[in-house]
Design a protein around this ligand. Structure first.
Ligand code: E4P
Length: 228
């Protein structure tokens, strides 16, 4: 399972990219709206892509098919590598179908059920983003839904890539991998939590302290004059 970061914050993206774990980035209008409004959105997205390379999902904000298609063409004119993120609506599916005919990759977002995922796949989506956390938030089981979709994909031999999205904690990441998602897109906080373990920190402290003690002992040994 590949890892993407779900963020539009350059510091977070730069830090996670420096760990060498990222294969891409997903953004959305909410994430972009959290950042400095004086920075041009195109420039921010291009900079994000320069930092990570690989996949970059850029979301449209039109709600009609023609508007989505116009936006998609505009986005690929300044970022040809962009994957166009399209909401799971009737108008969105029509746009996905058209973009797939034009060879422009799409990521159908806001997918909450296996039925929606099947429709997105039939429209020609390249990726489907299944939102785990938001399902959990309303008392549903996000991991179960993702696992159902992965099982259907296996059974049907579908190649559309499944992105586990809306992750809230490291166990979402683990369960997404267990279910068979191709990709997990996680906020910086979840990546950071996944990196750390108290036993790793304690273990490292002990290794360093022991090595220090060994060096001191060796230094003391060297100071002892040889008795012949
Ligand atoms: C996916 O691509 C979305 O950007 C994202 O995962 C939304 O997650 P949220 O529920 O934390 O807003």
């Amino acid at each position: 399972m590949r890892l993407f970061i779900d963020s539009a914050n350059l510091d977070e993206i730069r830090t996670a990219a420096s760990w060498g774990i990222l294969s891409g980035v997903t953004t959305n209008p909410t994430l972009l709206a959290k950042e400095d409004p004086t920075v041009d959105v195109r420039e921010r997205i291009r900079e994000i892509h320069r930092l990570v390379g690989g996949h970059i999902s850029v979301e449209v904000v039109s709600t009609d098919t023609a508007g989505m298609l116009r936006e998609a063409e505009e986005i690929v004119s300044w970022l040809p590598e962009a994957v166009i993120k399209i909401p799971m609506t009737a108008e969105g599916l029509a746009a996905v179908r058209q973009l797939s005919r034009q060879g422009i990759p799409t990521n159908v977002t806001l997918v909450f059920s296996p039925a929606q995922a099947i429709l997105a796949a039939n429209a020609g989506a390249s990726f489907v983003s299944v939102f785990l956390g938001r399902l959990d938030d309303i008392g549903n089981d996000g991991v179960r839904t993702l696992a159902d979709i992965c099982e259907i994909w296996e059974r049907q031999g579908l190649e559309v890539e499944i992105i586990a999205a809306s992750l809230r904690h490291p166990m979402h990441l683990v369960e997404a991998a267990r279910a068979g998602a191709d990709i997990a897109t996680a906020p910086f906080r979840v990546l950071q939590q996944s990196l750390k373990h108290p036993l790793t920190e304690l273990g490292l402290q002990a290794f360093l302290a022991d090595y220090h003690r060994l060096q001191e002992a060796q230094a003391r040994t060297r100071q002892v004059p040889l008795v012949v």
